[in-house]
Design a binder for this molecule. Sequence first.
Ligand code: HEC
Ligand code: HEC
Length: 378
Amino acid sequence: MKRIHFGVFAVVLLAIVAFLLLFSIHPRLQLTENATPAPQAAAVMPVGKVVQIKPPLGLPPVPIPADNPPTAETIALGRKLYYDPILSADGTISCASCHSPDTGFTDRHPVSLGVGGKKGTRHSPTVINSAYNDLQFWDGRAPSLEEQAKGPIANPVEMATTHADAVKRLQANPAYVAEFRQAWGTDQITIDLVVKSIGSFERTVVSGDSPFDRFYYGHDRKALSASAQRGLKLFMDPKKGNCEVCHTIGKHYALFTDNKFHNLGVGADVDGNLNDLGRFTQTKNEADTGAFKTPTLRNVAQRAPYMHDGSFPTLQDALAHYIGGGNQNPHLDKEMHALDFLTFDERDDLLAFLESLTGPQRDNLGPPAGNKNTAGGE
Ligand code: HEC
Ligand code: HEC
């Protein structure tokens, strides 16, 4: 009897082992990120009531992707994730480490520092109004905020983890499991739900209603100083500052970006050699060599240092680059001309205008209550 039982047991055990083995080696059955998604897997949608994100004065409606309408729960979850170093390999770096509200949702290092102080190659751009960007990153390599957010988590010089490990840490945290269930109606945390939640929070990080907006769109003549008003004229005038050609101001709203890529010669040496090929790395189009996405200028006074390589410590330095007409190189944008004819008063007026683009910080954008990692701006 005993023998027979043992035989049956062995056969069953063998079958189980064989089954597990098949699962782990068969490529289509592997439960990794590279696995082919099941064809019927429809996008998981939030379970709560969809909320409207009300744009402040001077901004258009916030674009919302069809598969990620924001709810109070997904926004709150995204906010918590944004400030939580749990997403990084050693629990030291959150999104806010490099995009802190204290520094206009950027950081104060020329190039960002990730896990272990590892240096990246580019300056952290602002998250403010990134919801309006056609493409994300200085070189436009991500098509959406959701796709963008996957980048830093797995980037070895940023959060230095893997998507699978980040998800595993969240899944092991009962508070997160409860919040994901509340927001998304599932106990199964996935990287897609992580980045969709973060994306919904980022869509609330909008800035308008600045002195400029109250003057230009709100028709409050006293909102801007006389100097900033003169600066606005210089900014718009193609024969003077010629800034608006790229940092767009529309009839009903101003994004201060044309969402295009331009070469200003930032980072070019005296021989015109560039430190970064920018948009060219994505398109391989010769004309895109050294071109970077026009950044918004909202809250720009809070966001030093400036440009894709953080090479200008102050706004004055950034302006001086334009006064000089940019650095010569074979791909310098045709809209770049020396502005050395501007008087010193006019230069001060342009600076006063740039300083008028900072709006009040909206509620619920800082670290959520109970967050231990309030150290921003590192
Ligand atoms: C170690 C610093 C660091 C961390 C951590 C980090 N970022 Fe970034 N972020 C950057 C840098 C640098 C860039 C620009 C990289 C490039 O263009 O190649 C960037 C780009 C972006 C952009 C694109 C903005 C634009 O105008 O194109 C967004 C949005 C963003 N990050 C959000 C996030 C979110 C969300 C997280 C957390 C999941 C995060 N970042 C974590 C440094 C960081
Ligand atoms: C040809 C298009 C173009 C014109 C004209 C232009 N800009 Fe820019 N601006 C850009 C681009 C592109 C960048 C980023 C370049 C880089 O990092 O290499 C930028 C960056 C900046 C920055 C730094 C912002 C940041 O986030 O680091 C400031 C400030 C600025 N511009 C102000 C101005 C002012 C003031 C004028 C007019 C005197 C002007 N720009 C004219 C395209 C333009």
